[in-house]
Structures are given as C-alpha cells and as structure tokens.
Design a protein. Sequence first.
Length: 315
Amino acid sequence: MKKQPTNHNAPASGDAVLTGEENDAAELRSPGLWSLTWRRFRRHRLALVAGVVLVLLAATALFAPWLAPYDPNHGDFSAFSAAPSLAHPMGTDIGGRDVLSRVLYGGRISLMIGFSAMIAAISAGTLIGALAGYYSGWVDTILMRITDAVLSFPLLLLLFVMSAFTSGTSGAQNILLIVILIMAVSWTSSARLVRGQFLSLREREYTQAARASGAGSLRIIVRHLLPNAIGPIAVNATLLVGNSIILESVLSFFGFGVQPPTSSWGSMLADGLSSQADAPWETIYPGLMILITVLSVNLLGDGVRDALDPFSSKN
C-alpha cells in the first residue's frame, strides 16, 4: 500500500485550531493590550485625521489669548459687519467685533462645556448603570424606571424648562449651570449601556471566581467588570462630546445658554441670525467650527470602536 506523505504543517490531533475571530480575542487578552489597540487605531486613517484636528482645535482654544488678533468684546466703530479683509480675516459682526477673535474665544467655551458635560454625564451614567447591572433586582428596577422617566420627556423641551434656572447668571456660574443641565439630560444613554454590559459580565467565570474567593462588590466592580466594559464606555464618551456641543449651541441659539458678553459658537450663531442676509460670515464661521468639531469627534469615536472591537472586520 502506498504511504501517504506527512504534512508537518498540519496541527496535531490534540491541538485546537483557532479561527480569525478567536485569534483577535486572544490578542486582546495578551499583555500588549494597549499596543494592539493603538495598532488597530492607526489603521483607521479618518480617525487619526480627526484626532489631529481635535488636538489643533483644543490648542487654538487654549492659546486663544495669544492667537486672537483683537479683544473679542471690543467693537471697531469704523467697521460694522465688515466683510473679511486683511485687517479682519473673518470679517466683523454687527457690533464691529472681530469674528476670528470671537471664534477662537468661543471655542474655549464650547469645547470646555462639551468635554465637561461629557465627563459629568459619563460618570453619572456609569455609576447608575453599574449599580443597576451588578445588583439587579429592586435596585435595577428603581434606577431604570428613573432613567425611563427622564427619557420619556422631550429632550429640548426639558432642557428649555430646566434652563430657566440659568436666567440672571453669567460668567463661570452660568457655564457651570449649563454643564449640569446638559449632564442631567445626557447620562441616560451611558446608564443603559453600562447596565447591559454589567448584566452580561456579572455572569462570567472570572466574576464568579472573584466572588467565590471572597472579593467584595466594590472590588469586583472596579477591578473586574469596569475594565471589561471600558470599550463601549469610551465610544459613548466621544459621541457625548459632540452631542453636548450641539446642545450648548441650541441653548445659546435660543438665548438660554452662554450669556453676553461671553461668546460661544452657539451664541455667535444667534447673534448673527439677524444679519445673515447681509453678513453671512457672522454665522458661517461659527457654524463651520461646530460642524468640524462634531464630525471629528464622531470619526474619532468610530476609530476607537474599531480599535477596541476584536471582531471588527476592519481589524
């Protein structure tokens, strides 16, 4: 009988053959988690570009006092609603104020509100979702009914009603209240997301093993469950930044947000609405900044999602 050739590359009978998805999952469990995540993120070119754009926006906002050619609140009485020129690259508004300077200073307020509201909403939502998902039972029922009650109200109507508390405030107090208002209507998505993750993770073998070894609830949540839910939380955080910037712009556009003389991109849109036909640059530039920022944040979120998902087809 003819002897069959031996294939030395074939796996032994007792060896497991890993699929592509299982190999990716094995990579995530390896010690080089963050290097692998960064390697996946670099493959998402649009996300890299979006990250660079956001860094540049943050830098221009941070260094606005040195980059702005004029005082954002000082009006040039010889140039009311002047078209873009060498003296005023983005023109001036109806009060003679330099639009470029106000865009730079307005970016500080809009970005600060966006990121601060995101951090507050993610923190509150993660806490509520973690408690509901881990303890389940009556704790889950109470917390989720509160979440459903907040979600049942029309978002903008609820925001406008709550913004009545900001009337008569200005400066840092006004900005703090706006952050709290946006957080109050934005934490629900994080809470439901984290709850779903925790309901699944609490039944995993490593969680049961930690519980059997005598680990307390706080240790299990912080050391075992939260790190394994960080991917969806990070993606949701990027989406909340864009959502918070848009909500601040809507509030300021309707006069419930940042109060003069402080400028934000939303308040600049509101100020330029009356002269939009004659001086469109008053609304084009702040609107363009909002568009670029929100688009960059969403593209960055896509890249983070693909980098943290071992089963993504892009990886």
